[in-house]
Design a protein around this ligand. Sequence first.
Ligand SMILES: *Cc1c(COP(=O)(O)O)cnc(C)c1O
Length: 462
Amino acid sequence: MQYLSTRGRVNGLSFKQAVMMGLADDGGLLLPAEIPRVNSGELEAWSRLAYPELAFQIISRYATDIPAADLKDLIDRSYATFTHPEVTPVVHRDGVYILELFHGPTLAFKDVALQFLGNLFEYLLRQNGEKMNIIGATSGDTGSAAIYGVRGKQNINIFILHPHGKVSPIQELQMTTVTDPNVFNLAIRGTFDDGQAIVKEIFGDVAFKQRHSLGAVNSINWARVLAQVVYYFYAWGRVHKDTSCKKINFSVPTGNFGDIFAGYIAKRMGLPIDQLILASNENNILSRFINHGDYSIGEVRPTPSPSMDIQKASNFERYLYYLLDGDSRALRKAMEDFNRDGKLEFSAEQLHSVQNEFAALTVDNEQTIATIGDFFRRTDYLLDPHTATGVHAAGKLGSGRYPTVCLATAHPAKFDQAVREATGREPQRPAGLAGIEQREQRCEIVDADTAVIKAYLAERAI
Ligand SMILES: *Cc1c(COP(=O)(O)O)cnc(C)c1O
């Protein structure tokens, strides 16, 4: 399998090269040159597999340059850290299926991809006799998941930028209490978008990137999207077993368009998905795009679901590439327009094709909290505020023709304040969070300034 850039100036990469490059050297995002199709016989057979076996079936179609035994070992180790035997179990409550993606070490779905990516990096670096300095920006959950993916690993340093004071207290502690010497936490005076822009700018300096062997963990890395494709197939298998339904819907709380894009890839591989429902919080650039063709940046607003407080969705370019039929020139022009004007316009025909793929809803702060409360009163099940946006959207937009799976992207204990406000209940803390407030912390507060961050990196890079 070969990989190419959305912007058309990088192609013919192997999977390993695509993973190591992260952001493409031409500023685009990497995609497989073709998407493998799965037939209904395979789909049936896959529905009987345990999670790591299924992950192997899917990932091996894209990672064709990694020997099977090595890939199996990487996958097995990555999911052995999950505390649930099914890795991502599906539960049925109040007419909807909930795909619990939060049983990894940091209690959010990002562990599914980042436990794998951490092991993959370590494997590839050892093979090539290389080292890597990972740099990433986080709105809260990516940072800790990435840190847990690589803490204590050989030949890797990790630098994570988070917006100072704008992540939940537990999210902050999950990052800053990891004191392994290869982990560097930077709290920037700015927003998540500032952090993401700094990271993009640093990666755009190809000389700097090569000098310091920079690597990416943001959802711009193809391996992350790939690892997330797996649980769409897994959930389909579980619901299919339960209902015999051939088609199902998914409702996905969305920020950077990474998770739902993995669902889109699953659909292109042949997974029978009827509706792909995108739930936005009040930072709703993506639902405005889908409902009105209006892709324009607004101000970032604080919400109870901070991991979705994003205006520039970094994975959107991947979808845009398919929407433009793989026309890299048109895509480059669109990205130039967007960077200049802060907005993109779409034809009626394009909008029609977007609406064929996705349904979308903006869920405001009040509705998010109300959904947590209502759902708890009806089912005794606590939703985290991100998951609640998806459950709310599923209730409003789900056609009722097919079962709907809502992706539960975080454990409620991670966002206990919103849960308390909605239900008056204290979510039970999983073992991993016990006593986290008492642990030693390490973090530096810095200006949201690319030059400052570059200097910091240059000094501490391995
Ligand atoms: C990151 C995150 C999201 C948004 O996922 P994207 O891939 O950025 O769309 C939703 N919920 C939680 C809990 C997250 O951590």
